[in-house]
Design a protein around this ligand. Structure first.
Ligand SMILES: Cc1ncc(COP(=O)(O)O)c(C=O)c1O
Length: 465
């Protein structure tokens, strides 16, 4: 039996998600772009994997991921402006590949639990050195994936405070596990499976362009969002933690005043502040960690690019005073101290530092945002552009006054760009998100923006996909 779903915001989920695998535009993309071997492997994949929205059936079959590009079976290259957030150093960076090769040749890849190894210790030490707070965050715990790391952070906050409730944000994504999906704020990822973890409360993220109150003054948004958090803290005493991404995935960039306000509330009510930097860490926002734009959290959660885009690796970095789990295990993972993953992680950080990728991302991101603002003057379909560093979003609207989401149009822009070698993902249906590898050059970024502008223009002139 199949139960028909309704989207969390009314209507069918397609209206919210845009970039899902059941739309007519996706069907047309397959018809136009998949043939021969690609079509066969695509069908094999769809036959063998359990289907789920957003992943199977897939978009296309790739044979290579190198630098800023992915390449499909026909040899067509795409600048990958999504990369699932693992590709900050570019796919297969030679330094990272070299480190992984050396580690393989040293015959130490896996490290059984209860033992340690030098790469794992070195990576943990390095993280404590570069983490925000100048030494304030000096305890590390690794695990294989981001969802696990989020759950370790939640468990730690609950053990430290002796409380179990959490506040997180509507529309956020923190991973697929029960605990991570419980603090996540999208029905798409937690609906239909009954109760998750009790005590997970949600509030609005300070979105300055779209908020339920229709405020356009950022100060009003901050004040109201802080008021909502305090309301929950007062009415639901004994809160263990507030958990959020410093900059949302869209990406909405909150004011410094907002996060300082949240931190002050956390202190006042005895809750810990957890920052999920699984996407934003390692240079994405123009600093090594997005926290550096704001403040030092109590627990910093890392993942994705931590494994150099090659080996799955995630973890938490926290304060000395929270080293309190001697009688419990909050992250007893088989791959807790995987030597191969640690070697990849160390090499990835070396690349980010040596190639000055944080400054590069800040510079290219600022220039891209400037260009996108200029584009917005020419294109009514662009309602708003936002972002920081190479973490950029374009909110497409049918009408600038009503801000009606242009989801079908965003999907059409996406497929038109893909056919011209620029791949990205839409979020919330109508948001184009651009997160290229940080090694992208100015010229490559300009070329990608030209393609995007061309596609937006075509869609505005009525050419659909
Ligand atoms: C912000 C954020 N947190 C957590 C996760 C979960 O990470 P993983 O897929 O490695 O479990 C993701 C993954 O997309 C993410 O974007």
């Amino acid at each position: 039996m199949r139960v028909e779903r309704q989207g969390a915001k009314g209507g069918h989920p397609e209206a919210e998600q845009g970039d899902i695998n059941t739309t007519q535009a996706r069907q047309r993309y397959w018809e136009r772009n998949l043939s021969g071997a690609a079509r066969n492997w695509f069908e094999e994949d769809a036959r063998v994997f359990l289907h789920q929205s957003l992943s199977t059936p897939v978009l296309n079959v790739i044979s290579r991921a190198q630098g800023i590009h992915i390449e499909d079976l026909s040899g067509k290259k795409y600048i990958d402006m999504h990369g699932n957030g693992v590709h900050n150093t570019g796919f297969n960076h030679p330094t990272v590949i070299g480190a992984v090769r050396r580690q393989l040749e040293e015959s130490l890849t896996f490290c059984p639990r209860r033992y340690t190894n030098i790469p794992a210790v070195r990576l943990a030490k390095k993280l404590t050195e570069i983490a925000p707070g100048e030494g304030a965050l000096n305890r590390v715990l690794f695990c294989p994936g981001g969802s696990d790391a989020i759950e370790m952070a939640l468990k730690l906050a609950k053990l430290v405070t002796g409380r179990f409730k959490t506040i997180s944000f509507w529309d956020s994504f923190h991973g697929a596990g029960f605990g991570a999906a419980g603090v996540g704020g999208e029905e798409h990822f937690h609906g239909g499976i009954g109760p998750l973890v009790p005590g997970a409360f949600h509030v609005e993220f300070p979105n300055y362009y779209r908020n339920p109150w229709g405020f356009s003054n950022p100060d009003d948004v901050d004040v109201e969002c802080l008021r909502q958090i305090e309301l929950v803290l007062r009415r639901e005493p004994e809160m263990a933690a507030v958990i959020g991404e410093p900059v949302s995935a869209n990406p909405v960039v909150p004011s410094r005043r907002y996060w300082e306000g949240v931190r002050d509330l956390c202190r006042r009510y005895g809750a810990l502040l957890i920052f999920d930097e699984i996407i934003e860490g390692f240079g994405r926002t123009g600093k090594m960690f997005a926290s550096e734009h704001y403040l030092t959290p109590d627990i910093l959660v890392l993942g994705k690019s931590l494994g150099g885009g090659i080996v799955p690796l995630a973890g938490i970095v926290t304060r000395e005073e929270y080293n309190v789990c001697k009688d419990r295990s909050i992250g007893h993972y088989t791959h807790e101290k995987n030597a191969l993953a640690a070697a990849a992680g160390l090499a990835a950080i070396e690349v980010i530092e040596q190639e000055k990728l944080c400054d590069h991302a800040a510079r290219l991101g600022a220039r891209a945002l400037e260009r996108l603002q200029e584009m917005a003057d020419r294109h009514p379909l662009i309602g708003c552009v936002m972002g920081i560093g190479l973490h950029i979003g374009i909110d497409l609207v049918r009408d600038r006054k009503t801000k009606e989401k242009a989801s079908r149009e965003a999907e059409a822009v996406m497929f038109k760009c893909m056919e011209q070698g620029v791949a990205f993902k839409t979020i919330d249906g109508n948001m184009i998100t651009l997160r290229p590898a940080l090694v992208i050059t100015q010229q490559e970024m300009d070329g990608a923006l030209d393609v995007i502008e061309g596609a937006i223009g075509e869609v505005e002139r009525g050419s659909n996909y």
